[in-house]
Structures are given as C-alpha cells and as structure tokens.
Design a protein around this ligand. Structure first.
Ligand SMILES: O=C(O)CCC(=O)C(=O)O
Length: 265
C-alpha cells in the first residue's frame, strides 16, 4: 500500500486557492509516484482562521466533500482528506472525510478533543463520537486529528478493533515539536501499528507550525520524517506484514488483562 503525504503550507482564509494547491499536488503525485492513498493535513481549506469561520467554513461538508469525491475518482486514488472547518446545524466542527478510489465517502469524523491552548472551545463544537475503524483497500485503519494524539485511550481502542494504520492530520505548533514527534513514536510502539501523519508547515497569526510529518513502523522506527519548515511530499510503500510480525514477537495484545483495568480507562 503506497502513500503520498502532503506536508502543506496552507493559505489562511482562502479555500479556493488551497483547493487549487491540493489539486495540483495530487495530480503531480499520482502521475509521478502512483500512490494508493493521499493524506492531507488539518484545517487545510482555511488554516486556523477561527474568528472568520462563518465566512470560510464548509456548510454540511460542502464544497469539500464534492471536491474530494471528484478528485479521488478522477485520479483513481483513496484520500484521507485531512480536516476542514464545517458548519452543521449552526455549529462549527473540525471534520475529516475519507474517500475511496470510486469517490465514495468511507468515513467521517468530527474532532472530539478541542484544544484549550487555541481557545477552540470558543469557536468549535466537539464531536460526540470517538474515532472508529474504517477500511481502505481491505486494510483496517483509523484517523485522529492533532490534539487527539494526546489521548492514548482512543488510539488503543482503534488498535483493539483491528486497526493496522493510524493516520494523524495536524496543525501542530513548533512550541511543542518534541511532544508531536515523541507521542507519534510512542503510539506506534504501544499499539504496534503504522503511524502516518500530515502536519502543516508555515505560520499563521504568530504561530509557526512544525512539519515533521512522519511514517513510523509498528516497531517504532521512523521510516520518513518531513522537514520542520518546507512544503514537501513524503512517498512510501508500507509492508503491512510487519504489523503481524511485531505483534507476534512482542504479543502485548494477548498479555493484556482487561478485567483488572479500571472501567472507562
Ligand atoms: O496538542 C498540542 O500541543 C497541539 C494541538 C493542536 O494544535 C491542534 O489540535 O490543532
């Protein structure tokens, strides 16, 4: 399963230009590298323009849903569609959409954990459902958004439900780069799954974002690591047999004793 990850510099408050950038990148990537799956970052249509969401956010997932559906069909590629600001029933959400090669919506998720450091609660509503496993190309996988990375319980649940790959779409600031890189490696090791992430680069409103998009294998080895400040693509093929191999070598899932664990943890 071959991936292309877009470590994108997002133009603040300009969904049209960002869609044009993504389209151009996707065309180039599919022609040059023939990926099965494309991955985009968090809030890629608007950046973190939280105080002007009424102007720039999607309404009921549009136009992003149509854009991703048409792009996936045209390029015959699956798309982990990052996330976008999305207005539904008068509330704004940070929403992710996943499309398969035939342009079908396979999965959607609203970010559950809102970020106090960004005042997200003042602008967004939190999703009410934790991430669930979905399938692309017959492979079970999961998707979380940025700050969700700090909540290992939701990622463990995905692993227990059979996910072999965890995708993380992010706009992670450079003030906490070490948390971003180390937590990704920890999640890969503790859940014995691939971690595939797309984080933006560039800056908005005085905050610089730290790139370091990554591909980490289930042993915790970093196979790809984006730069901290350059817009770029990461391209890689995953060997999914590695998940079984690591889970056999260090069988944590059969060593668990859930009846001793506190309920709800
Ligand atoms: O958890 C962090 O340090 C950053 C989270 C964040 O920026 C986000 O979720 O958008």
């Amino acid at each position: 399963m071959k991936y292309s990850i877009y470590q994108m510099d997002i133009i603040a408050g300009n969904p049209e230009k960002n869609r044009a950038k993504v389209r151009e990148w996707a065309l180039r990537e599919t022609e040059e590298n023939h990926p099965d799956i494309l991955v985009l970052p968090e809030m890629w249509t608007t950046a973190y323009t939280l105080d002007s969401l009424d102007q720039f956010a999607d309404k009921n997932g549009e136009p992003t849903k149509s854009f991703l559906s048409e792009l996936s069909t045209e390029l015959n590629v699956n798309i982990i569609g990052g996330s976008v600001a999305n207005k539904v029933d008068g509330e704004f959400y940070n929403s992710s959409f996943v499309y398969d090669r035939s342009g079908n919506l396979v999965y959607e998720y609203d970010k559950v954990h809102l970020v106090p450091m960004l005042g997200e609660h003042n602008f967004l509503a939190g999703g009410q459902h934790v991430p669930e496993v979905f399938e692309l190309e017959g492979v079970k996988m999961g998707l979380i958004i940025c700050y969700d990375l700090r909540f290992p319980e939701i990622i463990r649940t995905l692993a227990l439900e059979g996910a072999q790959v965890l995708h993380i779409v992010a706009e992670w600031p450079d003030a906490r780069t070490g948390h971003w890189t180390n937590l990704q490696i920890a999640r890969a090791i503790e859940n014995q799954m691939y971690v595939v992430s797309s984080n933006r680069v560039g800056a908005y409103d005085g905050v610089r974002f730290c790139g370091n998009s990554m591909v980490i294998n289930p042993w915790g080895e970093v196979l790809k690591n984006g730069s901290e400040d350059l817009e770029e693509s990461l391209s890689i093929e995953l060997d999914l047999e590695k998940v079984n191999q690591v889970r056999n070598d260090v069988p944590i899932f059969t060593s668990r004793v859930p009846h001793l664990y506190k309920q709800g943890l």
